[in-house]
Design a protein around this ligand. Structure first.
Ligand SMILES: Nc1ncnc2c1ncn2[C@@H]1O[C@H](COP(=O)(O)OP(=O)(O)OP(=O)(O)O)[C@@H](O)[C@H]1O
Ligand SMILES: [Mg+2]
Length: 248
């Protein structure tokens, strides 16, 4: 543990599901304020990596540290550390029976011990920031997919996370709603949020990423600046992946 250690350190991580090895020798560091975009073919381990960083999956061996602290296996320490890692999924995962405002205030009240008044004030600020403050008293089903996903981002931010993980946050959205979510993410990146983003949106990668990590078969195959990766991919796997993106 040291003050200069990157915010996220993934070291020699192996992850098995039964006999199947989903992550092999994965090493990744994310500095404070860095935006890392993770891309790669289906089944390459992108979600497994995100879920491991958030401890939704137990790794088989290796080490994952957030801000110098090893992820504990379970218990209060895990709840606290998980609160430091915000996660936004493809399916928005809002609580269907709670209003938008309640969705955003629940964690701060229950986990961070905030007063209802403080939590609501902060929640309204965050909902305003992502442009859905007018929807605060509605239920999730009354919102569009893009609005729901922006609420999911606000809900994650309400926990004051040190790092935000996004796993294909726009993949379930209609095309016209993709940009309203990406714009919020670009804003977060510009404000200095540390982010790991799994996405097929190459425009976002070019605009917001400091680094592109390309995965194939459970391994990190390339880790480059977006410019270098898109103009000069080194591995055949990456070349093949990029050529398919362009023709699709
Ligand atoms: N719970 C599980 N049990 C068994 N195998 C799993 C489980 N979750 C994922 N896998 C397997 O691990 C591999 C990596 O899956 P993962 O979901 O991480 O890929 P991905 O890169 O996110 O793919 P996609 O682009 O389709 O989301 C796949 O072969 C998948 O079938
Ligand atoms: Mg996935």
């Amino acid at each position: 543990m040291s003050a200069s250690e990157p915010l996220v350190v993934v070291e020699n991580v192996q992850k098995h599901y039964g006999d199947f090895q989903a992550l092999t020798d994965v090493n990744l560091t994310v500095d404070r304020g860095e935006v890392v975009v993770v891309i790669g073919p289906s089944g390459s381990g992108k979600s497994t990596l995100c879920r491991s960083i958030n401890r939704l999956e137990t790794i088989t061996s290796g080490s994952i540290r957030i801000d110098g602290k090893e992820l504990p296996a379970e218990g209060r320490g895990l709840a606290k550390l998980r609160a430091e890692v915000g996660m936004v999924f493809q399916s928005f995962n809002l609580f269907a029976h709670l209003t938008i405002l309640e969705n955003v205030t629940l964690g701060p009240i229950k986990v961070l011990g905030k007063s209802k008044a403080d939590a609501q004030k902060e929640a309204m600020e965050l909902l305003t920031r992502v442009g859905v403050e007018k929807q605060a008293s509605k239920l999730p089903a009354q919102l569009s997919g893009g609005q729901q996903q922006r609420v999911a981002i606000a809900r994650a931010l309400a926990m004051r996370p040190k790092v935000m993980l996004f796993d294909e946050p726009t993949s379930a959205l209609d095309p016209e709603m993709i940009n309203e979510v990406l714009d919020v993410m670009v804003g977060l990146a510009k404000e200095g949020m540390t982010m790991v983003v799994v996405t097929h949106e190459m425009g976002f990668a070019r605009k917001a990423a400091d680094r592109v990590v390309f995965m194939a078969d459970g391994r990190i195959v390339e880790s480059e600046t977006p410019d270098e990766f898109f103009t000069n991919p080194k591995s055949d796997r990456a070349k093949d992946f990029l050529s398919k993106l362009i023709t699709n």
